[in-house]
Write a protein that binds this ligand. Structure first.
Ligand code: NAG
Length: 220
C-alpha cells in the first residue's frame, strides 16, 4: 500500500497528518462534560452558552414519541431534535430526527450544510439518493427496507421517497447539533426576497413565464 498519494506533486498522506483535525470534524469538540443550552441567554456564541444549573431532565426529550402528521403537500414530516429544541445536545456535535412518510411521501432534494446524515429504516420501503458535486453530478440511489442503513455525505444534495404502499418511518443521526437544511425548491424559487427572474431564466434556460410558474407552484 502506498504511504503517500501524489497529488499536484504533494504528498496527500503527509498533508492529512499536518491538517488540523478541528477543521475536518463537523462540530467543535466540547470543552466540558455538559453544556446544556441556555436558550434565553443574551450572549451570542458559536452554539449556545451553558445553563448555570442542570438536572437529569435536561438530558431527555420526548419530542420524537409522536409520528409527525403527513397529511400535507409533500406527504412527509421531519421531526428534528437539535440543540435549539433539545438543549442537552448543545456542544455534543450531533442531532437526531424521525421522518414519517405517507405512501408516495417525499423529502425534497436538500442539503445539510453542516452535517453528514446516517438514516435507518424502521418501517416501509424508501428510495433514497444523493448527488455528488461538480463536475460529475453522479446520482447514487438505493431502495431501502426495514433495518437498512444509508448515508448522505455532508453537504451533498439528497432526497427520500416512500415507494411502498404503507406509511413509513425512518430515523436519522446527523453529526452537528445544528445541521441546517437548505431545501432546493425553496432556496431557488421561494427565497426572501426571491432570486430575480433574470438570474433564474438563464440558470434554467427557461422564459420568465415558466420561472414565474415554478415560483408560484413552490410557494403555493
Ligand atoms: C408535522 O407534524 C406535526 C405534529 O403532528 C405538526 O404539528 C406539523 O404541522 C406537521 N408539519 C407539516 C409540514 O405537516
Amino acid at each position: 500500500m502506498a504511504a503517500c498519494v501524489d497529488i499536484l506533486g504533494l504528498c496527500l498522506f503527509g498533508l492529512v497528518l499536518v491538517f488540523p483535525w478541528g477543521a475536518i470534524a463537523a462540530d467543535e469538540d466540547p470543552l466540558q462534560d455538559v453544556c446544556v443550552a441556555d436558550l434565553n441567554a443574551q450572549l451570542k456564541v458559536n452554539g449556545f452558552p451553558c445553563k448555570a444549573s442542570v438536572s437529569a431532565s435536561d438530558f431527555v426529550s420526548p419530542m420524537l414519541r409522536q409520528a409527525g402528521n403527513t397529511n400535507n403537500k409533500l406527504g412527509s414530516n421531519v421531526t428534528a431534535a437539535g440543540a435549539a429544541n433539545f438543549p442537552g445536545l448543545n456542544t455534543q456535535g450531533l442531532s437526531f430526527a424521525r421522518i414519517d412518510y405517507a405512501p408516495g411521501g417525499v423529502v425534497p432534494p436538500h442539503i445539510h450544510p453542516r452535517a453528514t446524515e446516517v438514516l435507518f429504516v424502521v418501517s416501509g420501503t424508501l428510495r433514497v439518493g444523493f448527488v455528488t458535486s461538480s463536475p460529475d453530478f453522479t446520482l447514487f440511489t438505493n431502495t431501502l427496507y426495514p433495518g437498512d442503513l444509508t448515508v448522505f455525505p455532508r453537504a451533498l444534495v439528497h432526497f427520500i421517497i416512500n415507494v411502498g404502499d404503507t406509511q413509513a418511518l425512518s430515523l436519522s443521526g446527523l453529526d452537528s447539533q445544528n445541521p441546517g437544511a437548505s431545501l432546493l425548491p425553496n432556496v431557488l424559487f421561494a427565497s426572501n426576497p426571491t432570486i430575480g427572474d433574470d438570474v433564474l431564466d438563464k440558470a434554467f434556460n427557461l422564459p420568465e413565464s415558466e420561472i414565474e410558474k415554478i415560483k408560484a407552484a413552490v410557494k403555493g
